[in-house]
Design a protein. Sequence first.
Length: 250
Amino acid sequence: MPSEESVRLFASSLPGSYRTNFSFGAIAEHAKLSLAREAAPANVGSFLSDRVPGTALCVIADDRPGLLATISAALVLCGLDVIEAEAYTRKTDRKLDEAVDIFWVRHEAAQRRSLRVSPPEIDQLRQTLNGLLEGKLDRRRLGDDNKSTPTPSSTETIVRFIENAEGNFNTLEVETGDRSGLLLALSRALYNQRVQIVGSQVKTRGERVYDRFHIVELDGSPVGPTRRLEIQVAILSAIDPVIERQRAVL
């Protein structure tokens, strides 16, 4: 395990919300994963958490555009479903900032949902994610581009931007019906819109998902009104191609 001082330094490099949300023991596990990653594109490990049902996973990786979509693809390929997620970014002495992304996951197969994700399965997820990040795995060959069942059009979907403390509408809020592969569809749509996700919170409550994505343009500037409308349409199309039958709160 890393020293207490190195754990505190790791924690201090992350936002205050991260330090509030996780115990010292959990932070130590995250710091250990960061140290063990070395030159690998990503590292993945589990840690103890009773905050949310399911297996708690921490993903450490170089922060880059499309990272959340790539992690989501790896989870889908490994048959894992996201219950809840949080994304953080820390400054490092590396060329790229480091993403510290937390996921609470379960098996996609209904008959296996009561089982914890095993160490071999986590190792497979790590290998799959690194393979995707290094370009060694072909997503199409592995079936990553197969579309999941769209949310029924009778399910209300809300997609809107909400104002932050600085008066910018940089937080995209999505509420819709749950389905397998939804986070992948949403994160891919944002990547295709060429915006950067600087933070996110994903929550599943029953059959509903409540997602928030804090986004900026690739140059770090706020997302303007015209771009916000384009992004809303792209997100609605990712949820259900028949966007006229969905409700967006603009």
